[in-house]
Every structure is written in structure tokens, then in C-alpha cells.
Design a protein around this ligand. Structure first.
Ligand SMILES: CC(=O)N[C@H]1[C@@H](OP(=O)(O)OP(=O)(O)OC[C@H]2O[C@@H](n3ccc(=O)[nH]c3=O)[C@H](O)[C@@H]2O)O[C@H](CO)[C@@H](O)[C@@H]1O
Ligand SMILES: C=C(OP(=O)(O)O)C(=O)O
Length: 422
């Protein structure tokens, strides 16, 4: 079992470079299955376990996949399966996105049903509602979802209103609709930058997707798509994590590659807490901190405050003077880090979807466990300022979304090491 050992108290300073976004490269790899001809080259892909898993998922379906440096090359002409490996699908929820691509390309997909996870039950009813509206038959049985275009028919474009602004459903429906007959309009679509990036890749493949990044996405179906070269956008959640990590230590860090437009909600909140933020075309500089004032933070879909930065923000607020309030509106159970932060001396009370944080003067090192990816990031952030030594377990979660976080934090001056235990 691996753990991070962190001796808190060092101020971070220097430059950290941000890699490609996990949540963009995953749907883009799924989208690459839509290419009936030609090679796709996906550049700026981060070396994460989730990216490896998605590469294995599409490889298992017959795609030829090779990796060189930060690029992944995919040839999807000879897809020969509509059933991704159950073991891989169960490892990672994002593999649900191959459903949209396989349905669009081959008219059928059979995919293991995702279960709930540490942050909520996460149903996929909106994905399936969209596929049905496009004319697919949907059957769920024996732990699998099967979606199929009836014999002799094609997917037909239509108007789909999402009851919930779901990132996953917006992308899955967009993927299937690219090769449907006629025009699909997704209303109440999610607007995350990763959806825009996926749409940009689809358009480079020859798709006609307009409006990604707004509430209404319009997709005019085309006959075929071909491979394309695309560079993935920088990871706004990783960037936000380093901004918060620097701020809690009162540091001075330049987050290279971070796009301030993608991080407006976080930047506004850090500024409200008294942290100084400056941005230029190449990145964002954060100076000062920790928080001088408490905050009220409510997670929302983009451009609201991202749920994927909620845990890290909560860690930041544990030592903010006064009483902060965090409300989680996206996932129903995303506070498991609160109890672990309390083990480090924080004073957090959760009730339903709200967490009340009474700022304390000092956090103390403890042995804590990450329940999910961002909980892991939050515990590392707390460890950076805790008195004494913090041990963070559950690193397989952290490896899903952060490339060499210990090396990057060490380069900024943190005392952190990864220790492999028997
Ligand atoms: C790989 C990836 O990109 N994951 C991101 C994606 O997850 P994901 O795509 O799973 O998140 P969604 O936007 O779909 O989920 C938002 C909310 O809608 C609910 N819901 C969703 C679909 C559905 O059919 N029915 C339904 O009820 C979910 O349970 C959740 O409560 O967006 C989330 C919200 O920004 C991020 O936290 C995740 O990091
Ligand atoms: C929740 C996340 O990812 P996933 O949707 O893959 O679980 C995340 O990136 O914080």
C-alpha cells in the first residue's frame, strides 16, 4: 500500500506546469471510436491511470492505440466489439461514454451498468433518455445496459431536454448524435470547458456541432467521421488544486497553462478570502494567503464553483478565521473528506448537503485516508500546513487525476514523499 508522508509548514513558491485535462481526454478517447477512417492523434494527454484505463477500453473494442510522449494515436477503422470489458468499465465511470460512440458508429452497445461511488449514486437515466429520443431501444438487465438501433433503422436527430445539467449525458448524447440522420438539439446542456473541447475534436473529425459551451447544443448529423489531430485543454481542476495549495501555505506560485476563464468562480472566491491572483495569457499567479476571511461556497455546474474543487476548498477553509459554509448541490454525498479533515483538528459539521466550518488556528498531522480523488487532494493540501507529519492513504484515487503531485509539490518546496509499504 502506498502513502504520502507530508511534513507541513513549508511555504510553496515557484512554477508548476499544468497538463491536459483528465475530463477532456476521457470523452475525447471515447469519441475517437467514431472515426470510420484515418488516424487520430490526441496531444497533451496526461499520464494518469484513468487515461490508461480508457485507452485499454477502446483497445479492447478493436481500436489500435499507441502512445508516444504525451500523444495518443488511435486507429478506429476496425472496431469489432460493442461490449467493452466489464472489469475496465467498473474501474471508471467515464467508460460509459463509449456507449454513445458505439451506438452512433455501429448501432449497438452493451455496457456494464455503473454502480454508485463514494460521492453519490450517479444514475445515467438522462444518457439513456437521450439515446431513446434518438430512436434507440434501451434495455437494462443482469447488471448491463444494452442500447440498440432497431433493425433497418438509423438514429434520428431530435430535440432533447435534459432534466439535469449533466456533463456525462451531454457528451454521450452529443457523441451518438454526430452520426445520426438530421439535427439533434440538446437543451439545458451542461457547459463545462471539457464539453467544448470534445465538440472541437468532433468538429475536427468532420462533425457539425454548434453551441457547445452554451445551454443549447445543435448537432447536424453527418455520414462519416475521420481521425483528427487535437491538443487537449489544460486541466482546470488540477490548476485550481495548485492555486489552493499555494494559497493555504501563503505561497507565491505561478500555475503555468492555467486558463483563468475556466476558473472564474474559484478565483473570485480566493480573492474574496484575501488572496491575490494575477493572470496573463500563459497562466495564473497566486500570492498571499492563507484566507483572511471566511467564505460561503456553493457548488454548481459550470460556470459556477466546480464540485471537483469543493474538497480542496474545504481544506483551505479549515484554517480561515470565522465560520465558513460550503453547500454541495451537484453530488448528494461528497463530504467524506470532512471527517478525515476533522481527524487533523479541523472543526467541520456536515448536515445533508451543507458543511459548516469553524476556522481553527492549527491543523495537526494525522493518518488519513482518501475516499475519492479530490478528497485525496484536500488531505494533501491540509497536510501542507499541518503541524507534524501527515500520512495520506488511498493513493490509487489520487493517481486517477494527478500526475506526480508529490514531485510537483516538492519542486515548489513542500516536504512530501511517496512511500510504498508492503
Ligand atoms: C469524467 C468526468 O468528466 N467526470 C466529471 C463529470 O461527471 P459526470 O458526468 O458523472 O457528472 P454529471 O454532470 O453527469 O452529474 C451531475 C449530477 O447529475 C446526476 N445525474 C447525472 C446523469 C444522469 O443521467 N442522471 C443524474 O441524476 C448525477 O448523479 C450528479 O448528481 O461531471 C461532474 C460534474 O461536474 C464532475 O464532478 C466529474 O469530475
Ligand atoms: C469525480 C471525478 O471523476 P469521475 O467522474 O471520473 O469519478 C473527478 O474528477 O473529481
Amino acid at each position: 500500500m502506498a502513502k504520502y508522508v507530508i511534513r507541513g509548514g513549508n511555504r510553496l513558491s515557484g512554477t508548476v506546469k499544468i497538463e491536459g485535462a483528465k475530463n477532456a481526454v476521457l470523452p475525447i478517447l471515447a469519441a475517437s471510436l467514431l472515426a470510420g477512417e484515418g488516424e487520430s492523434v490526441i496531444e497533451e494527454t496526461p499520464a494518469l491511470t484513468d487515461v490508461k484505463t480508457m485507452s485499454e477500453v477502446i483497445q479492447g473494442l478493436g481500436a489500435e492505440v499507441s502512445k508516444e510522449d504525451h500523444a495518443i494515436r488511435i486507429q478506429a477503422a476496425n472496431i469489432n466489439s460493442v461490449e467493452p470489458s466489464e472489469a475496465l468499465v467498473r474501474k471508471m465511470r467515464a467508460s460509459q461514454w463509449v456507449m454513445g460512440s458505439l451506438l452512433g458508429r455501429l448501432g449497438r452497445a452493451r455496457v456494464a451498468q455503473p454502480g454508485g461511488c463514494a460521492i453519490g449514486s450517479r444514475p445515467i437515466d438522462q444518457h439513456l433518455k437521450g439515446f431513446q429520443a434518438l430512436g434507440a431501444e434501451v434495455e437494462t438487465a443482469y447488471g448491463f445496459v444494452e442500447v440498440r438501433v432497431p433493425k433497418g433503422r438509423k438514429l434520428r436527430g431530435t430535440r432533447i431536454y435534459l432534466d439535469i445539467k449533466s456533463v456525462g449525458a451531454t457528451i454521450n448524447i452529443m457523441l451518438a448524435a454526430t452520426l445520426a440522420e438530421g439535427t439533434t438539439i440538446i437543451e439545458n446542456a451542461a457547459k463545462e470547458p471539457e464539453i467544448v473541447d470534445t465538440a472541437n475534436y468532433l468538429n475536427a473529425m468532420g462533425a457539425h456541432v454548434r453551441g457547445a459551451g452554451t445551454d443549447v447544443i445543435r448537432i447536424e448529423g453527418v455520414e462519416t467521421l475521420r481521425g483528427a489531430t487535437h491538443a487537449v485543454i489544460p486541466d482546470r481542476i488540477t490548476a485550481g488544486t495548485y492555486l489552493i495549495a499555494s494559497a493555504i501555505t501563503g505561497g507565491d506560485v505561478y500555475v503555468e497553462g492555467a486558463i483563468s476563464d475556466h476558473l472564474q468562480a474559484l478565483i473570485a472566491k480566493l480573492q474574496e478570502a484575501g488572496v491575490k491572483i494575477e493572470d496573463d495569457v500563459s497562466g495564473i499567479r497566486v500570492t498571499g494567503g492563507p484566507a483572511m476571511r471566511p467564505l460561503e461556497v456553493k457548488t454548481l455546474t459550470h460556470p459556477g464553483f466546480p464540485t471537483d474543487l469543493q474538497a480542496q476548498m474545504m481544506a483551505f477553509l479549515t484554517i480561515a478565521p470565522g465560520r465558513s459554509l460550503v453547500t454541495e448541490t451537484v453530488f448528494e454525498n461528497r463530504f467524506m473528506h470532512a471527517a478525515e479533515l476533522n481527524r487533523m483538528g479541523a472543526n467541520i459539521r456536515t448536515q445533508g448537503r451543507t458543511a459548516l466550518i469553524e476556522g481553527v488556528d492549527t491543523l495537526y498531522g494525522a493518518s488519513v485516508t482518501a475516499s475519492d480523488l479530490r478528497a485525496g487532494a484536500a488531505l494533501i493540501i491540509a497536510g501542507l500546513v499541518a503541524e507534524g507529519t501527515t500520512e495520506v492513504y488511498g493513493l490509487h484515487h489520487v493517481d486517477r487525476g494527478y500526475v506526480d503531485i508529490e514531485g510537483k509539490l516538492r519542486a515548489l518546496g513542500a516536504d512530501i514523499e511517496r512511500v510504498e509499504e508492503d
